[in-house]
Design a protein. Structure first.
Length: 127
């Protein structure tokens, strides 16, 4: 069984609706996306071109994020690519709000180095 590690990454009010923000949780790059009061967390690296998905456009109605390099769109619910050229999904993680903090849960098997690092970086600012 894959043990889960929940890590607070930033305050909920630090991310605007319709935007994405990249964080690194225990060595795993994660794109946290907010649409209204809903949060999503998926692997931040496009499976086609190894580009940060957090820099892409969030499609709120479709619940997808578009890779800024070649336009592949990934489901925020399943990680599956909805458009080419990507054909492989990105991982999906649990995202929630606890005491005003966004918490991302990754599995121990997903962790690259086991370090307890959190390195928030600014993603798409929506402009």
């Amino acid at each position: 069984m894959n043990a889960q590690v929940a890590t607070p990454v930033f305050a909920f009010d630090e991310i605007e609706s319709g935007t994405a923000r990249k964080v690194v949780v225990r060595g795993v790059a994660v794109s946290v996306v907010r649409i209204d009061d809903d949060l999503y967390a998926i692997g931040d690296v496009c499976t086609h071109a190894e580009i940060s998905l957090s820099d892409g456009e969030v499609w709120c109605e479709e619940r997808q994020i578009e890779c800024p390099k070649h336009g592949s769109a990934f489901s925020l619910l399943t990680g599956e690519p909805a458009t080419f050229p990507a054909t492989q999904p990105v991982p999906v993680f649990e995202a929630s709000v606890l005491d005003g903090q966004v918490v991302v849960t990754v599995g121990i098997d997903d962790v690259d180095d086991g370090a307890a690092t959190i390195r928030p970086t600014i993603g798409n600012s929506g402009s």
